[in-house]
Design a protein around this ligand. Structure first.
Ligand SMILES: C[S@@+](CC[C@H](N)C(=O)[O-])C[C@H]1O[C@@H](n2cnc3c(N)ncnc32)[C@H](O)[C@@H]1O
Length: 292
C-alpha cells in the first residue's frame, strides 16, 4: 500500500464523501483557522485535508455516541483496540455474539473494536439501529473483511492526537466557532423522492425542521464571518432553502447508493453550497476581528 494514502476513513459510512473530496477541497476557503466537521461520519474530508496538510486545528463531532467513542478510543487507546481486533475471528457466530453486547457495559477500546468489527463484517457496512437504539444490521458475507488494519489505525490515531472530539448535535457549533474558521456540514440528505429511504444514522430523525434549523445556523455563521461549505441532495427543496444572496450553489455528479442496502447505484447530482465566492481570498480584516 502507498503510505501517502494514510490515514483514510476506517469505517464505511452511508453518505461517505470519499468520492468527492477533491471537489470539496477545490471549493474550500483559501485560508482558515479551525476546521469543524459537525456531521463527522467516516470523516472522509477530514482525513483528506490532514493528508494534504491543509489543517492546523480541528473540532470533529457527531450525534452518534458509538461513533465518537470509537474515534476517541483510537486516539487514546490505539494499542488496546488493535490487540482486540487482532484476536477477533471472522465468523457469523462471533458476529452475533458481539452484536448482542450492550456497548455501555464495555470498556472504551472494546466499544471501538466492536464498532469497527460490526462495520466491516456486517451487511454492506451499514450503521442502523432499532427504535431502542440497538445495532441491528445482519451479518454480511465478505471475502476478506479488513477489520484488522493496524497501519491505517495507527495513522488515524496520529491524525487525531491534536483533535477535539465531541458527541453533540450540529447546532452547538455556533458556540465554538470563531470568525475565520471553516465548517463543513454534511447532514443526512433531504430524500430525492418521497419514496426514497432516509438512511437511519441514529435513533434521532433528521427531517425538515432540522434542515431549516441548519439553514438558519448557516445564515448566523455567515453574519459572524465564519466560512461554511455544505453538502446536500440536488433537490428543489434544498435549492429553495439556500437561494439567498449569501450562498453560492454548485453541483457535482457522484455515484450514489440509491437504496438502503447500497446495491442499486446511479450517478446523481449533489449540491455544494458555500457562503463565500469560489476563489475566495481571506480578508486581513478577519485576522483583526478574531478573538484570541
Ligand atoms: C451524511 S453522514 C456524514 C458523512 C461523512 N461526511 C462521511 O464522509 O462519512 C451524516 C452524519 O450526521 C450525523 N447526524 C445525524 N443527525 C445529527 C445531528 N443532529 N447532529 C450531529 N450529527 C448528526 C449522523 O450520525 C451521520 O454520521
Amino acid at each position: 500500500m502507498d503510505h501517502r494514502e494514510l490515514p483514510r476513513p476506517f469505517l464505511k459510512w452511508a453518505g461517505g464523501k470519499g468520492r468527492i473530496t477533491h471537489r470539496l477541497v477545490a471549493a474550500k476557503p483559501r485560508c482558515f483557522f479551525t476546521y469543524h466537521e459537525p456531521f463527522l461520519g467516516s470523516g472522509a474530508l477530514f482525513f483528506h485535508l490532514y493528508r494534504e496538510k491543509l489543517i492546523r486545528h480541528a473540532v470533529l463531532s457527531d450525534i452518534n455516541a458509538e461513533l465518537i467513542d470509537t474515534y476517541q478510543a483510537i486516539r487514546d487507546h490505539f494499542n488496546e483496540v488493535i490487540r482486540l481486533l487482532r484476536d477477533y475471528p471472522y465468523s457469523k457466530e462471533f458476529y452475533y455474539e458481539i452484536r448482542q453486547k450492550d456497548p455501555q457495559t464495555l470498556t472504551l477500546p472494546e466499544r471501538a473494536a466492536r464498532m469497527i468489527y460490526l462495520n466491516k463484517t456486517g451487511y454492506n457496512g451499514l450503521y442502523r439501529v432499532n427504535s431502542a437504539g440497538k445495532f441491528n444490521v445482519p451479518f454480511g458475507r465478505h471475502r476478506r473483511p479488513r477489520y484488522f488494519d493496524p497501519e491505517n489505525l495507527r495513522a488515524v490515531s496520529q491524525a487525531l492526537q491534536e483533535v477535539t472530539l465531541l458527541c453533540t448535535s450540529f447546532e452547538t457549533v455556533l458556540d465554538r466557532s470563531q470568525p475565520g474558521d471553516w465548517i463543513y456540514f454534511d447532514p443526512p440528505y433531504v430524500p430525492l423522492s418521497r419514496t426514497a429511504n432516509f438512511t437511519e444514522y441514529s435513533a434521532h430523525g433528521f427531517g425538515q425542521a432540522q434542515q431549516q434549523m441548519l439553514r438558519s445556523i448557516c445564515i448566523e455563521l455567515t453574519k459572524r464571518g465564519i466560512y461554511i461549505t455544505l453538502s446536500n441532495s440536488d433537490t428543489s427543496y434544498v435549492r429553495n432553502l439556500y437561494s439567498m444572496p449569501e450562498f453560492t450553489i454548485d453541483s457535482v455528479f457522484v455515484g450514489r447508493a440509491i437504496n438502503c442496502q447500497g446495491t442499486k447505484r446511479r450517478k446523481v447530482s449533489e449540491l455544494i453550497i458555500t457562503n463565500y465566492p469560489k476563489s475566495y481570498e481571506i480578508s486581513p480584516l478577519f485576522f483583526q476581528t478574531r478573538k484570541t
